[in-house]
Design a protein around this ligand. Sequence first.
Ligand code: PLP
Length: 282
Amino acid sequence: MIQYHSINGQLVPAASAALQVNDLSILRGYGIFDFFGVLSGVPLFFDDYLDRFFRSAGILGLKLPFDRPQVIGAVHDVIRANDMSDGYIRLEVTGGYSPDGYKPGTANWMVLGAHPPKPSDKQYVDGIHLMLYPHQRELPEAKSINYLTGIFLLPMLAEKGADAVLYHDNGWVRESDRSNFFIVTRAGVLVTPREKILAGITRKKVLDLAGPLMATEIREIAVEELKEAEEAFITSTIKGVLPVSRIDNRPVGDGRPGPVSRDLGLRFSELTRNYILQTTQV
Ligand SMILES: *Cc1c(COP(=O)(O)O)cnc(C)c1O
């Protein structure tokens, strides 16, 4: 159970952690966030996530009333106050209390502890189903708090028996609602889209791991190319490497998770363990 969050640099009991109703995140959906794991009390790949957090804020033009050391301090406050060994942290910055309901005020920022549900073992073993849907996220390189389309699609996903959506735009595959997307081609090349996506930290780590092992390409993927793919998987902080066995009504490859997905999934878990070992030894 999470007992404390940090709001504007102050620890507050989770039950009373709140923003006023005139915050622009509530009125207009204006804000950014980031989200990372904590293992053995250590924030995973912390620098990568902090870099992206500040990059997202810059893309929205949010003026920040705090600096990097203050965020780091607040993250450690929340980990300590909750005695958090394993869990997740959500950093968020909002447009603040708006004087007129539209213009940003002084940004509010928070550090929230979380224990979100993870995919089931069965999903890793069998792979998940994706539903194609035409959509291009706005300001895609920013991790904004706007998940309007993804949440709007939840009933349609349930109706179709799909686990997540795969966005495409003008014939080009982009990403899932909260994850990045990869295929392995028949020639054994690992491919992930280049543009108009949120550059996932998990995506980056998986590309780094795959680099010495196999050919990798960061380029556009045509929707048509999905039919030819040998394997597919999605990546995210919570999911790690999660195999995709079906896209709409078509199986991916033989309809079973393949060796590349499995191997990269194992290597990614090993990378996180090594990160913790190295960080705790220093
Ligand atoms: C968070 C997110 C991802 C995955 O990024 P990670 O850093 O790997 O968690 C991908 N796409 C979108 C739209 C996201 O919000």
